[in-house]
Design a protein around this ligand. Sequence first.
Ligand code: FAD
Length: 281
Amino acid sequence: MSQAIFSVEFFPPKTAEGVDKLKQARQQLAQIKPAYFSVTFGAAGSTQAGTRDTVLEIQQEGYHAAPHLSCIGRTRDDLRAIINEYKAHGIRHIIALRGDLPSGFGGTFGELHYASDLIAFIREETGDWFHIEAAAYPEMHPQAKSPQDDLQNFVRKVKAGANAGITQYFYNPDAYFRFVDDAARLGADVPVFPGIMPITNFSQLARFSDMCGAEVPRWIRLKLASFGDDTKSIRAFGLDVVSQMCDRLLAGGAPGLHFYSLNQAAPTLAIWERLSPAVRA
Ligand code: FAD
């Protein structure tokens, strides 16, 4: 088994306390030797300054930093200014997305409609400067017409210039393996990193999963629900399930893991510590 590539996703903190906590989380997570830390872009750019400030802080600490960027609700000029600012700071890695509109958003859909348009735009503007990653949905994006359509969309993003994919989180490794095989057969033979969501809180997980179309399998849901408020048991069971899934993904050929940390170091570290020593070397 070859060495796995790990990456960790954060959201931009809103308070000074959150900024300090995230800094501590990064120091703890540095031991997993992440290839990069990524920072999300709030719905329709609602965290634009926070994303940039967090990315630049990470870069100043000597880590690789990758901003997320979404095109929904934005003009080409806005997007050009953002990518040029990152380029001027020597950032070379972007997670390029369509994004979602925040509820009650009064603006327009923007000039670029899909992530594939944004990826093509970044390539037109900056050539090969950025390593671009695109979102992948082994269990289908909730707005897609069909799984085949959504798979074609991932292929479109690779053909537009994405170098790799990061998946929405899932708890069904077979969906991931099938997606990767199907995408490769259609010509999108790029590394696809499974997005890993640690399980620490059942009601929050159920809410997120309903929104983003990720399935929590019935046996996992029932077991988690049966623990009620017993957080210790939820976390212990969640750690077993997720770390076993990660081992299976890596043994089956996944190139690495992208952790949705929710700005917490401990759940990601606990999973990483359970992985086979060969992949952590
Ligand atoms: P797209 O690839 O554009 O797809 C959107 C929908 O349109 C899909 O249903 C697709 O099948 C369909 N589609 C695409 N192209 C076409 C076409 N030509 N014709 C018809 N239909 C088409 N959101 C944020 O706001 N900020 C973030 O930082 C963020 N980070 C994320 C990171 C990862 C790893 C992932 C997996 C998701 C992230 N998201 C983020 C959520 C993402 O923005 C939403 O899932 C959004 O609804 C879709 O974005 P996309 O880039 O996948 O869109």
